[in-house]
Design a protein around this ligand. Structure first.
Ligand SMILES: [Fe+2]
Ligand SMILES: [Fe+2]
Length: 137
């Protein structure tokens, strides 16, 4: 795998983290329930930190972070559909990071991606717990 391709993958990740940060930032303002809103707010900050780590890897390798994100899909205006959308975003990220960790021949990149992967797994768990507690409330 060439350096250029590694930078491209890191940029894809950077854009996905940006999209997640924006979606969570919008959603936590819309959520009326305090607890899922606070959790989503805290996680949006984690996603911004992931952007920072990825941008650092990108620029160290001579690339530039790109901001060209897709149209944002927020899920909806009700808590259930927002949480489902957020769980999907985390699952997509988890799948991509697992693949990249197996395939990218760059120790520093893999180290950072493993750390991000652990956090995405925790995020998904947090969102799933909020979705589950909706069913039991
Ligand atoms: Fe993230
Ligand atoms: Fe996440």
């Amino acid at each position: 795998m060439e350096q250029k391709e590694i930078i491209k993958l890191l940029n894809d990740n950077f854009v996905r983290e940006l999209e997640a940060a924006m979606i969570y930032t919008r959603n936590y303002f819309i959520m009326k329930d305090c607890d899922p809103s606070r959790v989503t707010e805290a996680i949006s900050v984690d996603e911004m930190r992931h952007m920072w780590w990825l941008a650092d890897l990108i620029t160290k390798r001579g690339g530039k972070p790109t901001m060209e994100h897709k149209e944002l899909d927020f899920g909806g205006d009700d808590l259930k559909s927002m949480l489902e959308r957020q769980i999907k975003l985390e699952s997509d990220g988890i799948e991509i990071y697992i693949q990249q960790i197996e395939n990218i021949p760059d120790e520093e990149v893999v180290g950072v991606l493993k750390h991000i992967l652990d956090e995405e797994k925790r995020h998904r768990k947090e969102f799933r717990q909020r979705l589950e507690s909706m069913k039991t409330d």
